[in-house]
Write a protein that binds this ligand. Sequence first.
Ligand code: PMP
Length: 436
Amino acid sequence: EREIFRRRTRRSAELHAKAGGLLAGGNEHVDPLSSPYPLFLDHGDGSEVVDVDGNTYVDCILAGGAILLGHNDRELTAAIRDLLATRTGFHGHLDEYEVLAADRICRTFPAAESVRFTASGAEANLAAARIARAYTGRKKIVKFRGHYHGWGDQFMVDLEVPGSGAFMAGGVPEEHYADTVLVHPHRIDELADVLAAGDVAAVISEPLGGESGLVPFPDDFHRQASMLAREHGALYVFDEVVSGTRAGVGGAQARLGVTPDLFTLGKGLMNGYPGCGAVAGRAEIMNTAVIGLPSGGPFAYLGGTMSGNTLSMAACLHTLGAITRPGALSAAIGVASDLVTRLNELFDASDTGFFAYHFGTIVKIEMTAPHVLDAGRPENVEPIIQRRAVLADYMVPVSNGGVLSRMGRDMVSLAHSATDNEKVVNAYARLIEFLG
Ligand code: PMP
């Protein structure tokens, strides 16, 4: 399969060799485990992308989940083209798109009363931590092990390159995360102990579980945990960078019926356009980020030349408009659900032990038995994450079968259909045959 891959992707191999000398690390922003080398893509349309060698794939990676409506969504592309005739952004001033986008967020997410845009999901989480600290006057941020909140120093506490044991926090002095307290997912008792010290500004989590649901939380965990946090004067923060536009309309907060004090958005919010991030929540808390508070209280400075950029705002407005159209997102979730059913039929007929599940349009394919997801067993968390190292190699036959997948975290867009599912199932059948 590797040979087949090499033969049909010669141009990608050339570009990869060239990138090695020019881009630090060769391919900084793709999965370091891309095997034998990452593909270079040329264009995309709907659910499909075409690489520089002319191979077409059903795209289940979707720019790390950022493509939500599908590639080159016609209406969005036309809207951005129109805007480009007159503007690219006016940092230092406002235009109406920022207000319209914020209004749309507040009407879509139960916890949103007030919004501040950032240029990425990582920045949104840094902003949330800063606002929480300024608002509470406390230092500590509680983070769940294995949850990813971007590459800010304070979050680089427990992240390893999957399977390698290599710690990713080189260049981050310990004192930069000295106020980040790690707790095991699912351990409400551990969380209660940490909160009892009375110095926690915020508890942050990916609400579906680390890596968009790799190890889901038990039912009712967030309700209990958010109550505990508030009892102890801490804010409860959801990182909805992925889940916000993929778990269902209104994100994980709507799905779980738990309203966080603050939450962050990114990725799918702008269908792949850059300058994509936002922090939102209760107005009283968000106002900590306002210069010249009437109270004269602590002020959380947030900057960003590209934050709230006109083109990003127009993309946000259009994307949220498209997914809140009646039935639009639920149709895509239906496609994800159908994919999961069909994949599980395939997996059940094999002896691989693979299984699939989904949260909204986030599709998880795991190479381990479902019992490992037993929420009461935190010791299961790390083995699952480590298993992902093996998965990169498995993606070679899947890619040869015409599908781009990352197995651990796949995505479906509003442009995906039953025909795409057919191709995905066939590509996985090829993998199973290969593992034979
Ligand atoms: N939070 C979560 C849950 C994410 O998955 C990511 C990106 N993978 C981020 C934050 C960081 O977002 P960005 O890459 O836009 O900085």
